[in-house]
Design a protein around this ligand. Structure first.
Ligand SMILES: [Zn+2]
Ligand SMILES: [Zn+2]
Length: 371
């Protein structure tokens, strides 16, 4: 019997182990991908530390991934109606089982809050099979949204953008960036980097990035930031004065939080203009409370504060469109600068936690990539 190797996270804090899985029998509408790449992102570090609720350990991590179509039972039809064939480079929307019938899906029209929703690599148990990208093959159950990788987009650019790009598409939609806006992005991790690029593409004249570590600043500039204010080299007062200097003393039209820090939230009220918009997307886990003065920071300021949770299939498809049109000018492939084999993921998680990279790639068919 053919077996498929996957890297399993048995429980929070436990070392990642390699385990063998049987090749699944495909039901009608099911498919199997030969994994080209998955990723190690900040979410995987949170998973490893048990900071997300409702995770059915053991799991096979790796939510955003890319593979070639190895097998399918019946014709695979992409979200855009294209017919996929064996050998095609295929990407899939990691969120599945959104029900389309519950209150969140229908009345509130917030499908990212659907209670039935599951996510590959995060809320799918390894007991149910190859539902994560840290594996030689990925099982696509019937109903998973798939697309062919657009022509001209490399697998490295797709996975470099990865989950951060999908999140950033949703952020920019929530922020409603308009031509001429000045946007501040707090955080220059994978989400912040893509938010910088998309804010510029949406018409922002200047994007001011705040974050660290400092060795990420050159990439933030290449993603489209006008200036990068290093957290450890500037004070909050200095950062606010730079933002005022770019905005005629008013403050930024939009501030995007992709830092995951309660202090970033407190700082934002001094960066955003009266009547501006603040989108909070970096507090994916509970990082503690921020102090807000409702009169000064929200009511008198006439401020619009918007949360941003998860992403929808349309954000996934838009991410592909942006890659297809702009991957030659936006260096998404450089966000995933480091690649690990399936047997090196404990090291990868330790380095991710130490912020040695904003995102690493996982190449499941390879072992011992790191020297
Ligand atoms: Zn639902
Ligand atoms: Zn991720």
């Amino acid at each position: 019997m053919e077996t498929i190797v996957a890297a399993v996270m048995p429980a929070p804090h436990a070392p990642i182990e390699l385990r063998e899985f049987p090749r699944p029998d495909l039901p009608p509408g099911g498919a199997l991908l030969d994994t080209l790449y998955s990723e190690v992102c900040g979410t995987d570090v949170h998973l490893w530390h048990g900071r997300l609720s409702g995770v059915p350990y053991p799991i096979i991590p790796g939510h955003v991934s890319i593979g070639t179509l190895a097998a399918s039972r019946g014709q695979m039809v992409a979200l855009n109606g294209a017919h996929l064939k064996e050998g095609d480079p295929v990407v899939f929307f990691d969120v599945h089982r959104t029900c389309g019938r519950c209150y969140a899906c229908t009345v509130a029209r917030t499908p990212t809050k659907c209670p039935s929703r599951r996510v590959y690599g995060i809320t799918d148990p390894a007991a149910e099979g190859l539902l994560g990208g840290w594996a030689e093959m990925i099982y696509l159950e019937p109903g998973v949204g798939v697309m062919r990788l657009p022509h001209g987009v490399t697998p490295e650019a797709y996975i470099g953008g990865g989950c951060g790009l999908l999140t950033a598409v949703h952020i920019i939609e929530r922020a409603a960036v308009r031509p001429g806006d000045v946007v501040v992005v707090q955080g220059i991790g994978a989400v912040g980097l893509s938010a910088i690029a998309l804010a510029r593409l949406a018409g922002a004249v200047d994007v001011i990035a705040i974050g660290g570590p400092g060795d990420r600043a050159p990439l933030a500039m290449e993603m489209g930031a006008e200036v990068v204010l290093a957290l450890d080299e500037t004070s909050p007062e200095e950062r606010a004065s730079v933002v005022r200097a770019y905005t005629g003393g008013r403050g930024a039209d939009i501030v995007i939080e992709a830092a995951g820090s309660p202090h970033a939230v407190e700082e934002a009220f001094g960066l955003v203009r009266d009547g501006g918009v603040y989108v909070i997307a970096g507090h994916y886990t509970n990082n503690g409370s921020s102090t807000i003065n409702a009169h000064e920071h929200i009511n008198r300021k006439h401020l619009d504060i918007r949360g941003c949770w998860g992403s929808e299939a349309r954000h996934f498809v838009t991410a592909l469109t942006m890659l297809e049109r702009h991957a030659d000018e936006v260096p998404w492939e450089r966000i995933g600068a480091t690649t690990f084999g399936l047997d090196e993921l404990n090291e990868a998680l330790a380095e991710a936690e130490a912020l040695k990279f904003s995102k690493a790639l996982v190449k499941p068919r390879a072992r011992g990539l790191r020297r």
